[in-house]
Design a protein around this ligand. Sequence first.
Ligand code: SIN
Length: 531
Amino acid sequence: MASILVIGSGLGGLLAAVRAADAGHRVVLVTKSVLPESNTRYAQGGIAAALFRDDSVDAHVLDTLRAGAGLCDPAAVRVLCEEGPARVRDLIRFGVDFDRDESGVARGLEAAHSRSRVVHAGGDATGAAVEAALVATVRRRAAIEVREHTMLVDLILDRGEVVGARVLGPNGGQLSLAADAVILATGGAGALYTHTTNPSVATGDGVAAAWRAGASVADLEFYQFHPTALAVPGTPLVSEAVRGEGAVLRDQLGERFMQGEHPDAELAPRDVVARAIASQMQRQGGAPALLDATALGRELLETRFPTITAACRAAGLDWAVDPIPVAPAAHYWMGGIETDDWGRTSLPGLFAVGEVARTGAHGANRLASNSLLEAAVFADRAVRALGQPWRASATLDNATRPHPLVEPAVTAIGTSSANLGTLVNRETLQQLLWDHAGVHRSGVGLKHAASTLATWSAPDPTSLDVAAVEDRNLLDLARLLVTAALAREESRGAHYRSDFAATRPELARSVSQVRRSHSLTLVPAKEAIAC
Ligand code: SIN
């Protein structure tokens, strides 16, 4: 029996905690907010898996590889698609009540899938249903100690091995939690951008802490923008499944514009649709595009998409009658902490599962509804790998392993981490990334972002304030993302640069970043993580 510290309470964290407890381990599960709050809870479309007779693992693999724009790790994709159906069946056993129709379990179509394979629950409330079932399961496990309102600050290392984490507790004090292994499941970092479909807890805490501890992070230039967030304050998600049911995109004059962009029109890959909408918005002076779902009829809209119907209603919109305003918003980070196919990072003792991880399953552009699947598959595998000899660097396949980023860019990050400049302001950082490291990028804009970020300083790392700890993380991550985006002089998947608009086949390799020993540490010497 080992002591396992799980950090994060989305699908990856909850499932890892349950699996670890069932395997006989003692588990402490910490989460920044309350247990049910996570990115998972807001997922709408569903979970893609080859569960149906007219589908196959090979077809799912092919669709995932195509969407990933040449950057997927084929082995990770195969693991994802092969083990996905069993993990969906596990979720059913844990109490997720997937929607049914006359044929059995109902399924939807989403962009870039060659067939309908997306299972959903509560219509468009799949994430909420998964979260609720797993939270209830966690609560039934006596071996899991849950600590809410407890935020990761930094990982603790001993001779290069992760042995716990320093956290900010509910009473505002920092404390150390020791563990035989740490499983990070802290999700993405939508808070890097002005507009996001993510909840406010998504501040990339796990990626930032892992990088500071010396873990390898990769693919950080690839941030997926969902094409259709409702263009009202809070930018709630309008699932791709709506377009899968037949909704179309129109400009301000009511004309469809996706047919000229891609043969699959509204069901083109997510990055293509997001860029087309952003370009259309530029042409019409910033006004949002329109998503016309009126042909679907009120009954289907209200039963299949109750969450979106409620969001429209709250904004004073009736989407059964009128097209609704939509715009792209930051949605999912393909990059993250580099792992092998067992969730093992480059640091012994540290696992990463879900959006916080870069498994290689998503490449440059995640296929719709593969995110919950990835969290389930790799959380399960990480727990199976607990207690096995740590062979992460040996098991990372050298053929597909990311290249380390060129040294000068990494040096620039380390140097600019000094607390010398103006204290970072979150809204200004979000606007900077939205303007220069968003849907459309250019070398000039990215250089401006990099030099601006270099003038900002992080809040005091010993701060006892959640917002300050988050801002420190966001500043580190913004620098890493911009550095990676500058280094990739091509356009591929979600990374589009107007100065390098073509895909360059010779750059079909991931890029990783590792903190060099000469980087400045942000924690005082007496508390410094040993690295
Ligand atoms: C959606 O419902 O469109 C989001 C699904 C996803 O992000 O995979």
